[in-house]
Design a protein around this ligand. Sequence first.
Ligand code: BTN
Length: 319
Amino acid sequence: MKGQVLKLLREHNTTFLSGEKMSQVIGCSRTAIWKHIDALRKEGYDIVASQNKGYQLRETYPMLSEHEILSYLPNDSLFTNVIFYRSINSTQMAAQKQVSDGMTHGTLVVADEQTNGKGRLGRTWHSEKDSGVWMSLIVKPDIAFEQAPQLTLLTAVSVTRAIEKLSKVNVTIKWPNDLLINGKKVCGILTEMQADTDRLLSVIIGIGLNVNHKQFSDPLTDIATSLFIETGKTYDRSQLIGGILDEFTKLYQLYLDDGFAIIKPLWEAHASSTGKKISARTATTVIEGIALGIDNEGVLLLEDEAGKVHKIYSADIDL
Ligand code: BTN
């Protein structure tokens, strides 16, 4: 019912709405309305009250909360269990704790702020409050251990499609996990897996998407961007999360049914590096050459000057 109160206030946010009117529309007492307004305020919603006129929602930015996220989840969503934090060190770490506590498939961990966000290769992921989508998905696919990185590519396609649908900007994917707009990074994906000797137990897919950032400070200014910077619009992050999970749910099912072959062309349609000269920094060496694309397993193929084709399983790519 709190969601209904919020929805009503949002639909009438240019005017005041009386408690009586709301109680009639929703079909509950005015005391119940008051309680929900109080709860929404405690969550951080700026709801002003005028004695004769009622309530008005002042939205400085779209709030992120568990019930907002739940209200945007598709009906057939793979993710039915949402764990929301106003602030946490890292959703990735919280998801790991969930996994060790026995929570696995279909759990979504989201935070409004991360105080110790993790990027790939031990880097820090800047995740200030009110501005981004910081979330980790827990899934338990019945696939081989070596196939887990394919989920990074599947996720990249899901996020790309969701952004493009909502914002109409063109997003490209830099193998394996960077989403770029106009050459700057808007989203990163961190896939971590839990396995015993020969079995994949679960996969945690961390998604960091820069949404409503007005600017970045050095050293990120030249390399990072946000949906706001690219389009001049503020986005409802819960809606974006719903869109991403909708795309993910569909692609994940296709992937389980038909394998990576169905994801490959979707990924290729957005690839930023295919046919270009790139440099791949692996754990042990740097290989330069032309990116040929990915193979049927999602592995990057890189042809060096001597014509030798290298299979790149994990690397940092410079375009
Ligand atoms: C990268 O280095 O590009 C990957 C960044 C992944 C960041 C996300 S934000 C949500 C989740 N929690 C984390 O601590 N990291 C991932």
